[in-house]
Design a protein around this ligand. Structure first.
Ligand code: SAH
Ligand code: SF4
Length: 364
């Protein structure tokens, strides 16, 4: 894709309409083009017979469909996870994951190439920041997964027996939990969310989109001020400023007390609970005392804690918490603080399904 071409995935439906009108075409064609892009998931202007040749010629000359190339697609041994390493126009690579836990399909998409936040245990953090993704590059990941579902290559997953009669599954759930910090790329991420939520397109429900942040305080406050109806997950990992700053360098910029104040504002404004993520590292943040201190920190807040046993990375000398420690942590949160929590099963670990790990493995 040349830089001068307009990536159609960058545009909302209204912007697409305005673009066609600028080219002095009827807005009717914009509606058709939109349907080709998001209902038919077209990859080329050559499969758009309902568009007049003059419209297609103009599109070919000035626009592109920012389809991502598949550098690698790997299934986890248990068949629950398919991980894609996708190529961007400038040859950078990002990860997109199709997950199918408990029967529902979720796309996990990236928001940046690399990440500037430097969390010590994270493969993406270890590779550093390269650049923001454009809205179109974020949308293209969802389209990629939607196309894969339509082609039904995942029908062996979770006992889903292929049937000619069963309609292809539609993508319904999306998490911004891939490579990068989404609130560090706020504008592009929100533009992509608007495009993906469009009811005449991919039609993802806002309540089925979850954005995970390392704790970018101004971004959290902006989500609340703009009343963005998506769900929010905050990566906590530690319940004291000193412990957190050792794992998450961004905590030096946005200290824990400011983060918790922002979370409180968010929950009050949005009347929503927040998911708090806690990567469980053996001997580091999995003790009884640490479970109690997160319980105290979250007391009175609408919260659910998502415990994620560490996926080991080469750049960090740590081990995942043992399952007994995870269970003990959960029990304390539930019994002493009435805080619900989940332990994410360590599925897909055999395909390096931790954040950024596939990209690292491939670049070696
Ligand atoms: N930048 C955002 C979203 C991407 S990371 C954020 O940090 O929230 C998504 C989640 O995966 C975060 O909670 C992150 O802390 C966690 N994570 C990253 N590397 C991990 C690893 N090696 N093992 C377990 N969880 C990890
Ligand atoms: Fe960035 Fe999230 Fe990884 Fe931290 S955990 S380095 S914020 S992607």
């Amino acid at each position: 894709m040349s830089a001068r071409l307009i990536n159609l995935y960058d545009l909302t439906r209204e912007q697409l309409r305005a673009q066609l009108v600028r080219w002095e075409f009827s807005p009717v064609h914009a509606g058709r083009l939109w349907n080709y892009l998001y209902l038919e998931l077209a990859e080329s202007f050559d499969v758009m017979p309902e568009l007049p040749a003059k419209v297609r010629d103009r599109l070919k000359a000035e626009a592109s469909i920012g389809v991502l190339t598949t550098a690698l697609a790997t299934d986890s041994a248990d068949g629950f996870t398919r991980k894609y390493l996708l190529g961007l126009a400038d040859a950078e690579r990002i990860e997109t994951v199709l997950m199918r836990y408990t029967g529902r399909v979720t796309a996990c998409v990236s928001s940046q190439v690399g990440c500037a936040m430097g969390c010590v245990f994270c493969a993406t953090g270890q590779m550093g920041y390269t650049r923001h993704l454009t809205p179109g590059e974020i949308v293209a990941q969802a389209v990629h997964v939607a196309r894969a579902l339509r082609a039904r290559p995942t029908c062996h997953l979770i006992g889903d027996i292929p049937s000619k009669k069963a309609p292809p599954e539609r993508l319904r759930n999306l998490v911004l939990m891939g490579m990068g910090e989404p609130l560090h790329n706020y504008e592009a991420v929100m533009q992509a969310v608007d495009i993906m939520r469009d009811g005449a397109g991919l039609a993802l429900g806002a309540e089925r989109i979850t954005l995970s942040t390392v704790g970018v305080v101004p971004g959290i406050l902006r989500l609340a001020a703009e009343k963005r109806p998506i769900f929010l997950a905050v990566s906590l990992h530690a319940a004291t400023q000193a412990e957190r700053a050792a794992l998450v360098p961004a905590a030096k910029k946005w200290p824990l007390d400011e983060l918790m104040a922002a979370c409180r504002t968010y929950s009050e404004t949005m009347r929503r609970r927040i998911f708090y993520e806690w990567t469980l590292i053996e001997g580091k943040n999995d003790s009884v005392d640490q479970a109690r201190s997160v319980g105290q920190l979250l007391r009175g807040l609408p919260a659910q804690v998502n415990l994620i046993p560490l996926n080991p990375t080469t750049g960090y000398d740590g081990e995942p918490a043992r399952s007994e420690a995870a269970k003990r942590f959960q029990k304390i949160l539930a019994e002493e603080f009435k805080i619900p929590s989940t332990v994410r099963q360590r599925r897909g670990i055999d395909i390096a399904a931790g954040c950024g790990q596939l990209a690292v493995a491939e670049s070696r």
